[in-house]
Design a protein around this ligand. Structure first.
Ligand code: HSE
Length: 311
């Protein structure tokens, strides 16, 4: 039976996770974008509606992350039908919560449900990455992969990406604090130095290895010791008012670590479940001192990732 309509949800995500710039991310099921795809007899990809945001997002498919991802899919699969899409944004724009990635992921998952023989998520990944490139100006999958697969996800490679879902110790929670302001991902990338000091390189690789091994071995001390970004965070922190105070308050409240979510301005902390309420309160209070309203969540880093919600 031909499927004519499909609606898919894709979660928000925290990219970089402090020590894995452009390669590590985790999903946030508490918010996400939804795309409804309709099979059309008229060839081509069209976006008929974007809801849930007051900001202007391009309806022109080639300039829209969801549209670009589906154009790539239609072209490569040589689909003999057209696609019309409606996008419901649940993720604030330029927030560092992976909104452009989630729209691209929800779009390819919805269109996949219209195919006679659906593709695997790994096959969908590369189409979604092309969509994300429209927004951020470069190909990286650290928001796409967790949004698509769910949980804490490592992506290795660009042309032929390999994915590893990393186990997160049971008792760990992520506190997410989204201040009501914007940071442009393109600008936050443009300010980064093209070179890395050798000792910073050593620390960052040690920290990434320590964090991943701590996750696999349930070693909370190793996670705490290694959860520090010595390369990107020092360069980007000036984009977030009160960054050091917010981070310091989270650490004083018992966080294992605290850093910038993606390109910011959202910040996140990892902590043990028992410390989550005080870490959350500390971060929100510090953002308040900067006269910034905040949306905040405490989540377990566990998720099925993007999925079809209705056909
Ligand atoms: N890894 C990316 C960055 C995520 O930090 O620039 C945002 O696209």
């Amino acid at each position: 039976m031909t499927v004519l309509h499909a609606k898919a949800f894709a979660p928000a995500s925290v990219a970089n996770v402090a020590i894995g710039f452009d390669i590590l991310g985790f999903s946030i099921d508490a918010l996400g974008d939804t795309v409804t795809a309709h099979r059309s007899p008229t060839p081509g990809v069209r976006i008929t509606a974007i809801r849930g945001t007051q900001d202007d997002l391009p309806l022109e498919a080639a300039k829209n992350t969801a549209g670009r991802a589906v154009i790539a899919m239609v072209e490569q699969l040589k689909l003999d039908f057209g696609i019309e899409m409606e996008i419901d944004k649940g993720i604030p724009l330029s927030s560092g919560l992976g909104g452009s990635a989630a729209s691209a992921v929800a779009a390819v998952v919805a269109v996949n449900a219209l195919l006679p023989i659906p593709l695997s998520k790994l096959e969908l990944l590369r189409f979604a990455m092309q969509g994300e490139a429209v927004a951020s100006g470069s190909m990286h999958a650290d928001n796409i992969s967790p949004s698509l697969f769910g949980g804490l996800v490592l992506t290795v490679g660009i042309e032929h990406p390999r994915i590893k879902q990393i186990p997160v110790p049971q008792g760990i929670r992520a506190v997410i604090a989204h201040p009501h302001m914007y940071v442009s991902t393109k600008q936050a990338r443009a300010i980064l130095s093209r070179t890395v000091n050798l000792s910073d390189f050593v620390w960052q690789t040690a920290n990434l290895a320590g964090f991943i091994s701590g996750c696999y071995t349930d070693d909370i001390d190793m996670i705490r010791e290694s959860f520090q970004d010595v390369v990107i965070e020092p360069q980007r922190q000036l984009l977030i008012p009160g960054f050091q105070d917010i981070r310091g308050a989270a650490m004083d409240a018992g966080a294992l670590g605290c850093s910038i979510s993606g390109a910011g301005p959202t910040m996140f902390a990892l902590c043990l479940e028992a410390d989550a309420p005080s870490v959350r309160q500390a971060m929100v209070a510090q953002f308040g001192k900067q006269d910034l309203g905040v949306d905040d969540w405490v989540i377990a880093i566990r998720s099925e990732g993007a999925h079809v919600v209705a056909v």
